[in-house]
Design a protein around this ligand. Structure first.
Ligand SMILES: Nc1nc2c(ncn2[C@@H]2O[C@H](COP(=O)(O)OP(=O)(O)OP(=O)(O)O)[C@@H](O)[C@H]2O)c(=O)[nH]1
Ligand SMILES: [Mg+2]
Length: 670
């Protein structure tokens, strides 16, 4: 998802177009990464790639496409993929050897289009494990194109694929169909693939040429007949080239079946959640973060940065003496009119005061610019601490866990398992995939809503995602704060968030016309995730997180800093105080968290980190900030995906819902 399509350059216009085409989840993106040296995401669920991605290989422009089952315009992925396939000079059709019968339909259709095709018969390792034998030579003869057995994850067969691409040829087309195609192509001067699509009744292509051909164009539609014949031919070919000695794939098969079993499936979810809690909630959020945030971030990083600045500039230092339980038992302040360097007397006094005591320093700089950069909320102090020492370890933990889920093949099974439940909120099980991805990054998940087939489903899930699902960075802070607030607080928080989630779903399901669509999803085999892919994916996502979040954090902190030194912050805090103090019953400083939260919710949640809240205040505050506006990046993506009106409507709803629900929770609890 991190390579984006850009406008075609002049040079590229003259280059040949190599398009990767195949059913979902067959390994196309691995081929793309290998050919172009770029990185696009690879996961074990159908619908990982949702847009066209572009790169280069030798004298080819290479395109990765979303997985499709056929060339038509039934849904977004197909429309997107079809448009680029129309322009292809060479097609590299990636086929799953284990599901040859399913995948050959598309292969035959591509061959019928008359384009040069190379077939990569991928997943040969799994076919072998399942004792599936394929006569590759015979398959190649029947199709009339080069077929190369490959194992993409091990780059087996890739050299041969590269060679074949250079020499790709058109294959054996269905004779009768080819005649009709050439008739239409010649008569109207359109391409073979356009003629094919017209004959197959593709609505988009028909709309495009309708005015030119009058009503005649509809008479050509033979979709049903062609599809049936092609299906039969695929089956015929498979019966000739494939022999199976059944059995095999025992353990992964068993786990796969447990995951969708009505009873054991539930236990399975429980186990997955508990493991996730142990790793992220306990190990990382409590133990690791305590060390990185407090020790590395506060005591080492921030202290040294401020001390360095204090060498040269006027500063007042408050020294708090702490007892074993970190409570303040004594405190004294030292004023350095000209910085540490030029006030050796005061420095000596301070040093002798702290001797042998457990202490904590507060630096109050006089210069407003220094306050903005090195003060309590400083751009170079607090922001860096939150980003690197609080969020980074947590985010890496979440991303890694998510990557394991994605690559194991569990997500499509979870989709099957929750299908019935999801229908109550007007969705089918597939919607669980963007939802789970939302716990990583709501922005990314909003793009993934494209794997849902109807606009209605996309609307519902986008609203739920943007309003109720906390992203990894935010979840990170929430987990840490809830661990502090205790078990009861955690339960109340989860219950409240879940209720809002269900309520939004039920309401939207009621008011939007239409209903849930049936679940159509292929269950890929369960696989042990590959370490190299896990590391690569986590690293790429972390890198983009730091880049994205970093920028907004610095901007946010700068704005808050300026507001602070100009006195605007205090005014704002006062103005908001009926809302925060009266209605939400939080300390007035909580307003600052909301201001930071407009920029990024996780930043806002982190703002609570510094406040001294009771467990129930924590719940009320966290509920409010979770439901509060999504981060600016995800707002942008939502506006792009859902349009200005719908996007803004969701955004504004999140304000209203956040303060209403947060207030209700607070009135009940506190
Ligand atoms: N065992 C095995 N796994 C493979 C092979 N090729 C791909 N995979 C796995 O198949 C899954 C799908 O790979 P992707 O490259 O994301 O597939 P894709 O065709 O781009 O999928 P979509 O973008 O969803 O259409 C990943 O979990 C890969 O690790 C192979 O040859 N052998
Ligand atoms: Mg892909």
């Amino acid at each position: 998802m991190h390579v984006h399509q850009s406008a075609e350059t002049k040079v590229e216009k003259d280059m040949k177009k190599l398009v990767l085409v195949g059913n979902p989840n067959v390994g196309k993106s691995i081929f793309f990464n290998y050919l172009t040296g770029l990185y696009v995401e690879v996961s074990n669920y159908p619908g990982t790639t949702v847009e066209i991605l572009k790169g280069r290989y030798k004298n080819f422009v290479v395109y990765d496409t979303p997985g499709i089952y056929g060339l038509s315009s039934f849904n977004d992925e197909e429309r997107i993929a079809k448009n680029i396939i129309m322009d292809a000079d060479v097609i590299l059709n990636v086929v799953d050897a284990v599901n040859l019968e399913r995948d050959l339909f598309l292969t035959l259709q591509l061959i019928d289009s008359g384009k040069p095709v190379v077939v990569a018969l991928n997943m040969m390792d799994e076919a072998e494990q399942k004792k599936i034998k394929i006569n590759v030579e015979k398959l190649s003869n029947l199709l009339g194109v080069t077929v190369i057995p490959t194992v993409a994850v091990k780059q087996i067969g890739f050299k041969e694929v590269l060679n074949a691409i250079e020499k790709a040829t058109a294959g054996n087309r269905d004779k009768k169909l080819a005649e009709k195609i050439s008739l239409i192509s010649r008569k109207y001067g359109i391409s073979d693939i356009e003629s094919l699509l017209i004959i197959e009744g593709d609505s988009e292509t028909i709309d495009k040429f309708k005015s030119k051909f009058d009503g005649e164009i509809y008479a050509w539609n033979e979709r049903e007949k062609i599809y049936i014949e092609r299906r039969n031919r695929a089956n015929q070919i498979v019966s000739e080239v494939v022999t199976i000695n059944t059995a095999g794939g025992k353990v992964s098969g068993l786990i796969g079946r447990i995951a969708i079993h009505p009873f054991f499936g539930l236990i399975f979810i429980g186990v997955v959640l508990y493991l996730a809690y142990l790793v992220v909630g306990k190990l990382i959020a409590q133990d690791l973060v305590e060390f990185t945030e407090d020790k590395l971030g506060k005591q080492i990083y921030e202290y040294n940065v401020r001390k360095f600045v204090a060498n040269y500039f006027p500063v007042e230092v408050n020294v708090n003496v702490l007892n074993e339980d970190d409570e303040i038992v004594d405190s004294r302040s030292f004023i350095f009119e000209h910085g540490f360097r030029n006030s050796p007397d005061v420095l000596r006094k301070m040093q002798s005061f702290v001797q042998g005591k457990r202490v904590e320093y507060e630096f109050n700089f006089k210069n407003p610019v220094l306050v903005i950069f090195f003060g309590e909320f400083g751009v170079l102090t607090m922001t860096v601490r939150y980003l690197l020492f609080l969020l980074l370890p947590l985010v890496v933990g979440f991303y890694l866990m998510l990557a394991i889920l994605e690559d194991s093949g569990y997500l499509p099974r979870l989709a099957t398992f929750v299908d019935r439940l999801m229908s109550y909120i007007g969705l089918n099980g597939k919607a669980v995939i963007p939802l789970i991805l939302g716990f990583g990054c709501v922005t990314m998940a909003t793009i993934t809503t494209r794997i849902l087939s109807t606009k209605r489903e996309k609307r519902i899930i986008t609203a739920i995602l943007q309003i109720t699902i906390p992203c990894s960075a935010q979840l990170a802070v929430i987990t840490t704060l809830l661990m502090r607030a205790g078990f009861q607080a955690t339960l109340i928080y989860i219950f409240t968030m879940f209720s809002v989630f269900v309520m939004i779903g039920i309401i939207l399901n009621r008011i939007l016309p239409g209903g849930a669509t049936p679940l159509l999803i292929d269950l890929p085999p369960m696989r042990i995730p590959r370490i190299d892919n896990l590391v690569r994916k986590t690293w790429m996502r972390t890198f983009f997180f730091l880049k994205e979040a970093g920028m907004w954090f610095f901007i946010g902190a700068f704005i808050v800093g300026v507001m602070q030194v100009t006195g605007l912050l205090d005014k704002w805090i006062q103005t908001l105080s009926p809302l925060t103090v009266g209605w939400l019953q939080l300390p007035s400083e909580a307003s600052r968290a909301f201001i930071m939260g407009i920029v990024r919710r996780d930043f806002g949640a982190a703002g609570f980190y510094a406040l001294d809240l009771t467990p129930m205040q924590t719940v009320a505050g966290l509920v409010t900030i979770t439901l509060f506006v999504p981060c600016i990046a995800s707002l942008m993506v939502m506006l792009k995906e859902r349009g200005l009106f719908e996007g803004l409507l969701i955004w504004i709803s999140s304000w209203v819902i956040a303060f209403t629900i947060g207030g209700i929770v607070s009135q009940i609890l506190i």
